[in-house]
Design a protein around this ligand. Structure first.
Ligand SMILES: [Zn+2]
Length: 75
């Protein structure tokens, strides 16, 4: 399953969830239980440079780099 990133519209909490692709458009906020829309996961894996180029962030887009849990945790 892909890891999707969500931003809560109520408390602005940012979190990631493993979701099936068919049901990944929103997830429940862990803080306030509000349905949060998915944000494009490119934001997690890339930053946009001054000239608009895309460059990888150290640690890549893995959820564990942002404090989440994933398959590579503990390695
Ligand atoms: Zn929330």
């Amino acid at each position: 399953m892909p890891v999707y990133e969500y931003v809560c519209p109520r408390c602005e909490a940012k979190f990631e969830r493993l979701r099936p692709m068919s049901n990944g458009h929103q997830a429940r906020c862990p803080d306030c239980n509000t349905d949060a829309p998915r944000v494009i996961s490119m934001f997690a894996a890339f930053t946009r440079g001054d000239r608009g180029e895309m460059s990888p962030v150290a640690g890549g887009g893995c959820a564990c780099a942002a404090g989440g849990s994933c398959a590579c945790a503990g390695e």
